[in-house]
Design a binder for this molecule. Structure first.
Ligand code: PMP
Length: 441
C-alpha cells in the first residue's frame, strides 16, 4: 500500500516535492514525537511540521480544543467577523508578547501561511512610512510568495522566475563560523553592525531610507544561525535613527521554540512589527502580524484575504499558546536545548565531518563538513551537502527524521516538539552520532 501511494504521488504531484523525496514514508498515525508509517515502522520526528507542532502530534489539549469547536456548531470559517475563538486566541497571543509591545499592539489576521504574514508586514511598512525600500539579510528565509522571495537570501527559489520587483538592500548577517568578513566571533558581529550603519549613514551609499528592515531572531532555513543580541540591539538603534521600521520574522522562532516565548526577547529588542505563524496555529494554518497601534494606517479593506477566520486554527493555537505558558515550555526548551547543543558540540571531537553546532533552545543545527577539503581563513572546512544527505538518510533508516538546511544545504536541523522527553532527546542524539559515523564510512 505504501509503495502504491508513493508511486501515484510520483506520477501526479509537482516535481517541486522535497520532503516526500527525503522521507519516503507514508505516515498513517502520529502521537507526541512519534510518527508511524504505513509500513508499520515508527520514527522520532525532529521536523515536527517544520517547527509547527510545538506540542507534538495530536496533543490532547489541541485535540480537545478542536473537538470542542466541532461539537459546538460554530462557524468554521468566518472571514474577519468577531468570534469567541478569535477573541480567545487574541488574548492568548497578546498575553505572551513582550509586555511593552502587547500594550500598544494591533493584530491583523493575514491568512494561512507565514509568507502571507510577511507580505502583510512589508506592505504595512510601506504604507505607514510612504517609502518603498526594504533591508534584508544574507541567508534570510521569509517565504515563497514574490515579496517574501525578494527579501529572502537563497537564490535557488528565485532562479526559476525573473523580475521579482522589490527595492531590496541586502546586508550581511553575522555568522561566526562562515563570517562574511573572515573575522568571526564578537568582532565579526561588530563589523556586521558597523557595515550596516556606515552603509546607511553614508550619503553616497546609494541606499535611500528604507520602509523596513526584516530580520529573523534565529535564521532557520539559513542554517540555524542565531542573531547575536548586541547586533540586534544595534540594528534597533540604526533603524530608529533612519525612521525605518523593524520587522521581526518570528514565524519559526516564535511560541517558545528558542527558549523564550518570542525570539526577540533574548535581546530585549522591541520590533515595530512581529510576523507570526507556524506554531501559533497549533498545527493548523494561521498567520498574523502584530504591530504598534500608531502604524495602523490601513483603511477598511486595505488588507484582506479569504482565510482570516479559521476557527479551528484559532482554537488549536490558543490551546497551544496557553499550554506552552502554563507548562513553562520555553524554559524547558532553553534548558534541554542547552544540553543538546553541548552534546552536538561534542560530536565535533568524535567525527571529522561534524562542523559547527549552534542554535538556541530547541532550534538546533549541526553543520556537516568535508574533512578532506581546504579550511577557510577561520579554519572552517567546506560544507558537505552530499555527506549531510547521507547522514539524513542513515538517521531515517535508524528511525529519526531530521531536516537539512543552511546556505549549502549541509546543516542537519533539529526542530523537535517542545514536549520532547529527555529519553527521546538521548535517542535522537545517539542515532545522529551513529548516522554520522556510518555516513563517513
Ligand atoms: N519566515 C520564516 C522565518 C520561516 O521559517 C518560514 C517557513 N519556513 C516562512 C517565513 C514562510 O512560512 P510559510 O512556509 O508558512 O509560508
Amino acid at each position: 500500500a505504501m509503495r502504491g501511494i508513493l508511486d501515484r504521488q510520483e506520477r501526479r504531484e509537482s516535481a517541486a516535492r522535497t520532503y516526500a523525496r527525503r522521507f519516503p514514508v507514508v505516515p498513517v498515525r502520529a502521537h507526541g514525537m512519534t510518527v508511524e508509517g504505513a509500513d508499520g515502522r515508527c520514527y522520532l520526528d525532529c521536523l515536527s511540521g517544520a517547527g509547527t507542532l510545538a506540542l507534538g502530534h495530536n496533543h490532547p489539549v489541541v485535540v480537545d480544543a478542536l473537538r470542542k469547536v466541532l461539537d459546538s456548531g460554530r462557524m468554521l470559517h468566518t472571514l474577519d467577523l468577531a468570534t469567541p475563538e478569535k477573541d480567545d486566541f487574541t488574548d492568548a497571543l497578546l498575553a505572551g508578547l513582550p509586555r511593552a509591545f502587547a500594550e500598544r499592539a494591533r493584530v491583523q489576521f493575514c491568512g494561512p501561511a507565514g509568507t502571507d504574514a510577511v507580505e502583510a508586514a512589508l506592505k504595512l511598512s510601506q504604507t505607514a512610512t510612504g517609502r518603498g525600500g526594504l533591508l534584508a539579510f544574507t541567508g534570510a528565509y521569509h517565504g515563497m510568495t514574490l515579496g517574501a522571495l525578494a527579501v529572502s537570501g537563497g537564490v535557488a527559489a528565485k532562479e526559476p522566475v525573473t523580475g521579482i520587483a522589490a527595492d531590496v538592500t541586502r546586508l550581511p548577517f553575522p555568522y561566526s563560523y562562515r563570517c562574511p568578513f573572515g573575522i568571526g566571533g564578537e568582532q565579526g558581529e561588530h563589523v556586521a553592525a558597523e557595515y550596516a550603519a556606515r552603509l546607511l549613514d553614508d550619503p553616497s551609499g546609494g541606499v535611500t531610507p528604507a520602509a523596513a528592515l526584516l530580520v529573523e531572531p534565529v535564521q532557520g532555513e539559513g542554517g540555524v544561525v542565531p542573531a547575536p543580541d548586541g547586533w540586534l540591539r544595534r540594528l534597533r538603534e540604526l533603524t530608529a535613527r533612519h525612521g525605518t521600521l523593524m520587522i521581526a520574522d518570528e514565524v519559526q522562532t516564535g511560541a517558545g521554540r528558542t527558549g523564550a516565548m518570542w525570539g526577540v526577547q533574548h535581546s530585549g529588542v522591541l520590533p515595530d512589527i512581529m510576523v507570526m505563524s507556524k506554531a501559533i496555529g497549533g498545527g493548523l494554518p494561521l498567520a498574523v502580524i502584530a504591530y504598534r497601534d500608531d502604524l495602523d494606517v490601513w483603511r477598511p479593506g486595505a488588507h484582506a484575504g479569504t482565510f482570516r477566520g479559521t476557527t479551528l486554527a484559532m482554537a488549536a493555537g490558543a490551546a497551544t499558546l496557553r499550554f506552552i505558558a502554563a507548562e513553562r515550555l520555553a524554559e524547558r526548551a532553553a534548558e534541554l536545548g542547552e544540553r543538546m547543543l553541548a552534546r552536538l558540540r561534542e560530536l565535533r571531537g568524535r567525527f571529522a565531518s561534524a562542523g559547527d553546532a549552534r542554535g538556541r533552545g530547541l532550534m538546533l543545527g549541526l553543520e556537516i563538513v568535508d574533512p578532506s577539503g581546504e579550511p577557510d581563513a577561520l579554519g572552517a572546512l567546506p560544507a558537505a551537502p552530499l555527506l549531510a544527505r547521507r547522514v539524513q538518510a542513515e538517521a531515517l533508516r535508524a528511525g529519526v527524521i531530521v531536516e537539512l538546511g543552511g546556505r549549502h544545504d549541509a546543516v542537519v536541523r533539529l526542530l523537535p516538539p517542545l514536549t520532547i522527553t529527555d529519553e527521546e532527546a538521548d535517542r535522537v542524539l545517539a542515532v545522529l552520532a551513529d548516522a554520522i559515523g556510518t555516513a563517513e564510512r
